[in-house]
Write a protein that binds this ligand. Structure first.
Ligand code: TYD
Ligand code: MG
Length: 456
């Protein structure tokens, strides 16, 4: 008979150590190791049932993804849930994971798949009330409120679902394990068993996992290598916009982005996000420039806003919301040094409107122009977009996929695009204005504009 082994598990990163130590050797977190009784390894099993086949003869038809009929979720999953796959849906509490899951299961159940929703946090009544509000009461959707892993197995035995969703994995526990519910050991072991069950039964499984603000959790991170797909659901708490990304996806690319809006009737797909982000824009206001940025594979037009205001503070404020603080500092330094626009006595506030993030270098030029525009008090013409990276020498550099970004701008009615000199393209619907330096761009859009306005 094998004896259970005692090990120490880091609650931050999941690393296993044979001995206790004050600090985890893997992630260097202090005081994170917790004693854990390792499960007894099973005795060597019966001979394998698997048969090697020439690769072309492997039948893949049964693994076609099942659409959830939530357009943006299917876009991120590239078709839908693959039978037998295990997906983790991670996100901060309150972001809308349970809502997304319920709507996805309703979509699958409408299409005739048997779905089981295990709610380990809320009561069945609560979930039913939410489902009623969402209009999600299809006949093939089963619901149970339970937390113990052996019970979950029984429910799966009795319902025989094609898809099972567990909300959340942190509240499920196996009474055989000595570790506390919610600990890394419990979460990992339960997930591991559910993955095995899912593969054995060719049943798709979705596990909800809570992520804390810092992105760490006894959940998604430690599960990443166990599962096929990790989805991350994000958004600003005070905005209705929600972004869904695949952090890992064994059945396709990870660079698709899904966009939803949280409404009274649940999550709604946002098929035209650029139009949504620009809906409240007020043309003619200094400090506003539109940038075509790339989110994964998807071009999005966002409004970059800057407000430059005189200050009495000895060290002026620099704030960046939805933008990278480091890039803001860089752009300000380049404007001071190479465009001779001083900011030493000014507070700078910069945001991306609408609760989206534009942290890639492609948004530099728009940010720089927004700053210059606000500093000079001159509005940038409303039909202009700007896209390019600002270099430390004041030069502009092209960013990848400029053509796709500008095509999206043209689609939304923008007529001119300011881009770095090297950008290699001509587009039919939009005038491409090439500039070599940030100084030239500021001259063109602020100074010449001011001159024109004075002349008229
Ligand atoms: P929920 O799915 O419970 O979040 P999570 O499972 O990630 O913790 O949703 C949380 C929020 O969504 C809640 O504060 C209310 C809001 N909400 C709506 O605005 N409309 C709706 O139709 C639903 C169901 C929720
Ligand atoms: Mg929830």
């Amino acid at each position: 008979m094998r004896r259970a082994r005692t090990t120490y598990r880091c609650q931050a990163c999941g690393a296993e150590e044979p001995k206790w130590a004050g600090r985890c050797a893997a992630c260097e977190a202090w005081g994170s190791l917790v004693e854990e009784r390792a499960a007894v390894a099973p005795e060597p099993s019966a001979p394998s049932q698997a048969v090697p086949l020439p690769i072309a003869e492997v039948d893949a038809a049964a693994w076609a993804p099942a659409a959830t009929h939530l357009a943006e979720l299917d876009r991120v999953l590239q078709g839908g849930l693959v039978p037998g796959s295990v997906t983790v849906l991670g996100g901060e509490p309150g972001i809308g994971k349970s809502t997304l899951l319920l709507q996805a299961l309703a979509g699958l159940a409408e299409a005739g798949l048997r779905c089981l929703y295990v709610t380990a946090e809320e009561s069945s009544q609560q979930v039913r009330l939410r489902a009623e509000r969402l209009g999600a009461l299809p006949p093939h959707l089963w619901l149970v409120s339970d937390t113990a892993l052996p019970h979950l197995r029984d429910h799966i035995e009795s319902v025989v679902p094609d898809v099972v969703a567990i909300d959340s994995i942190q509240t499920v526990f196996d009474p055989e394990l000595s570790a506390a519910p919610g600990s890394v050991a419990q979460v990992r072991e339960c997930a591991h068993r559910l993955v095995r069950l899912s593969k054995e039964r060719t049943m798709s499984t979705v596990l909800v996992g809570h992520v804390t603000k810092e992105g760490s959790l006894a959940g998604p991170r430690v599960l990443e290598h166990l599962v096929d797909t990790v989805l991350s659901f994000e958004g600003e708490r005070h905005h209705a916009l929600r972004l869904l990304r695949a952090v890992k996806h064994r059945f396709g690319a990870t660079d698709e982005l899904g966009l939803f809006e949280m409404t009274d009737g649940g999550l709604e797909s946002v098929p035209d996000p650029s139009a949504l982000f620009l809906a409240d824009r007020r043309p003619g206001t200094p400090g506003s420039v539109v940038a075509p940025v790339l989110e994964g594979n998807r071009p999005l037009l966002v409004e970059v806003q800057a407000l430059v205001a005189r200050t009495q503070l000895p060290s002026p404020r620099r704030s960046a919301q939805g933008l990278d603080g480091g890039r803001l500092a860089l752009v300000i330094a380049v404007l001071q040094q190479h465009v001779e626009l001083p900011f030493a006595e000014h507070d700078v506030h910069s945001v991306v409107a609408g609760g989206v993030r534009a942290v890639e270098p492609g948004a530099d030029l728009a940010l720089a122009l927004a700053l210059a525009s606000s500093r000079r008090g001159v509005a940038i013409p409303a039909d202009v977009v700007a896209c390019g990276e600002v270099g430390l020498g004041g030069e502009l550099r092209q960013v990848h996929q400029t053509a796709r970004r500008l095509a999206e701008a043209a689609r939304l009615g923008f007529r001119r695009a300011v881009v770095p000199f090297s950008a290699p393209l001509e587009l039919p619907d939009i005038e491409v204005v090439r500039v070599q330096t940030l100084r030239e761009a500021v001259q063109l859009l602020c100074d010449d504009e001011l001159g024109r306005r004075r002349a008229s």
